[in-house]
Ligand binder design. Sequence first.
Ligand code: AMP
Ligand code: MG
Length: 282
Amino acid sequence: MNLEKRFRIEPGSSVDLSSFDAGFHGDYKNEADAAIDLQKHLHRISKLQRKLYADRGHALLVVLQGIDGAGKDGTCWHVISAMDPQGVEVRGFKQPTPEEKEHDFLWRVHAHAPQRGNVAIFNRSHYEDVLVVRVHELVPKDVWKPRYDFINEWERLLAVENNTTILKFFLYISKEEQLERFRLRLDDPDRQWKISESDYKEREKWDDYIKAFEAALSKCSTRRAPWYVIPSNHKWFRNLAVSQIIADALEDMRLETPKPAVDIEEIRRLYHQASKEENKRG
Ligand code: AMP
Ligand code: MG
């Protein structure tokens, strides 16, 4: 199944999340059934990311958004597990610092846009400034409203001027699934540190968040920087979908391993000479 096409939001369309099924898992019966394909995609990512690093002509920006408990951290971990850490930066965005607050909202993200040859993964992003900020009215409407256009322009800049492929994943879980994940955190001493009171306060604003996500998905899915709505109730399916879309995007870059900077025949001659001398000595 072409997951890229299926989950991509058509630019200009109006998104109604109630028509999406967060529990969707395609033709796969269960995790075991998807395991081989998942490994295949991770393997493709692994090979292609090394090529991206060598080629240095393209950059890749992956944006992860979703409500608390949607699996942003897990997806991050999963995606980078296939990559050479030298060419990847993972960046999480929390409440802005006092210094960040004195700048425009894109200042802190722009500093972490990937250089050519690299991948950047944003765990939360500039979209928080039209999500949590909108839901809680942290700034007046006449400040957050123009941000959709600024975001589109900024993403276009990265794409056009720095050859950046931008993939934005909205990890969509149901409200019941969120509660179940909160319960699991509560019961697992290793994960209790992730719990915050605000998780429950934010949950009360579920409908407002959904509205804010729908607006961001509708206004900011563009040809160069599409949004994907990833059904994420099943972590294994979420991982599979995200890695397939990333692997396909890397493939579409038609990356080339650079030509060697040296004359290989000359280097081979030097090598043979060196090994002859080594043999004589041995
Ligand atoms: P977490 O990613 O779970 O560690 O939580 C980070 C927190 O920072 C979340 O509650 C976000 O909503 C919040 N956050 C991230 N960006 C912003 C922003 N621009 N303005 C206000 N809060 C933010
Ligand atoms: Mg979190």
